[in-house]
Design a protein around this ligand. Sequence first.
Ligand SMILES: [Zn+2]
Length: 220
Amino acid sequence: MFVGHFALGFAAKRAAPRASLGALFLAAQFADVLWPVLVAAGIESVRIAPGITAFTPLDFVSYPYSHSLVALAVWGAALGAVCQIAIGGRATFVVIAALVLSHWLLDFVTHRPDMPLYPGSATYGLGLWNSVAATVIVELAMFAAGVWIYAASTRARDRAGRWSFIALVTFLVIAYAGNVAGGPPPSVAAIYWAGIAGAAVILVWGWWTDSHRAIVPRRA
Ligand SMILES: [Zn+2]
């Protein structure tokens, strides 16, 4: 899943308004931020296997530290604690930890049975990726809802806050479309470099956009 994770990051702004969109994206995407680094380091592994699912040609051979349920619970608690100390706010710890954990649930729905519960466990997955149409419908519906909630929870302080938000949403949709329409990646190195660079750009963009937007007070 790709834009579905960002959907939850956007939507979480309502629940944890003090957390920057950059932090919320980092939490929702923590598994996929860590994963390319661990693949590059040779600790986790992926194979390019066109046809393995209708949606993605990637065969996630092993990713116990970035994508098992137990690992993500630990990462979630750690990132939640860091964010709670750094930014405060009543709901910050719970929202950040839940976002990190949500990655497992969404990937469990989309992936073929390759998601571990803990390092070395059996693997699970419901296989939404076996249908391109179903994947795109579910993810875009989630994304639209998440963007709508963020747009309703914040307002632009200035022109940058308006246009950076619109450009970020457009960029994510275009990147997703490229994912859907593009062929298999040329190499595993291309996968992790794209993953690391893409994550860096999106996290900084999310943080910068959010810094140009203000919270809309909720009506009682
Ligand atoms: Zn993932």
